[in-house]
Design a binder for this molecule. Structure first.
Ligand code: SF4
Ligand code: SF4
Length: 204
């Protein structure tokens, strides 16, 4: 494997890490690379060489490209295990969320379109109803996935997804875990208001 040489630019590195620190509210400069966070990550086997400590190193070194495009950012399930082990209380889950947002705002192609679709469908559904309605959610989510696959001529992937989701649906139905009705939560206006407030705060 050929090592990629990273040209360190102090100003660029500083502004990027500062942006991530402010938006995630995490003091990344406190990280002393003890790697306690690296053990116990449930998605560790799927993220290649990128562990929470390495993601933080990328940010501190200003490697924006790698920090936005790696499997940890897109596969982190926000379980907060790494954060509970960190002696400096750094919550990597807040960092991965921030990086996904930056990626979206700067119109970068998501490394995992499925994760991006999941997030956007979840947010619109929660804003509409104040909660998720499974049938609506899964349909919108799968429509977005199918359109992405169609654009990329991934017909086999569409077929595999249909089979996989069909099986999940049948299993849920057998266990009476699939709900067909539509329900809305009380205080939907409040949820929308909080969401708008968070967005405004983020922009400001
Ligand atoms: S546990 Fe905390 S201090 Fe240690 S490497 Fe991970 S983020 Fe850095
Ligand atoms: S919060 Fe994300 S990075 Fe941290 S242990 Fe959980 S999945 Fe891994």
């Amino acid at each position: 494997m050929t090592a990629v040489e990273l040209e360190f630019n102090f100003d660029t590195a500083k502004s990027f890490v500062q942006e991530v620190m402010e938006r995630s509210d995490q003091n990344l400069l406190a990280c002393y690379q003890c790697r306690r966070c690296a053990s116990g990550c449930p998605v560790g086997e799927e993220t290649g060489y990128v562990t929470p400590d390495r993601l933080i190193r990328m940010l501190v070194l200003g490697d924006r490209e790698s920090a936005l495009n790696n499997d940890l950012v897109w596969k982190c399930v926000s379980c907060y295990t790494c954060g509970t082990r960190c002696p400096n209380e750094i919550q990597t889950a807040r960092v991965t969320e921030t990086l996904k947002k930056i990626s979206k705002e700067t119109h970068q192609k998501p490394l995992s379109p499925k994760v991006a679709h999941f997030h956007s469908t979840f947010v619109s559904s929660a804003l509409r109803w104040g909660r998720l309605n499974e049938i609506e959610f899964i349909n919108f989510y799968e429509i977005k996935n199918t359109l992405t696959d169609l654009k990329n001529f991934r017909f086999k992937a569409i077929f595999s997804e249909m089979i996989a989701q069909g099986q999940v649906g049948l299993n849920m139905l057998r266990r009476k875990r699939l709900h067909f009705g539509f329900q809305s939560a009380k205080g939907r206006k409040e949820i929308k208001r909080l969401y708008q407030r968070a967005k405004t705060k983020q922009r400001g």
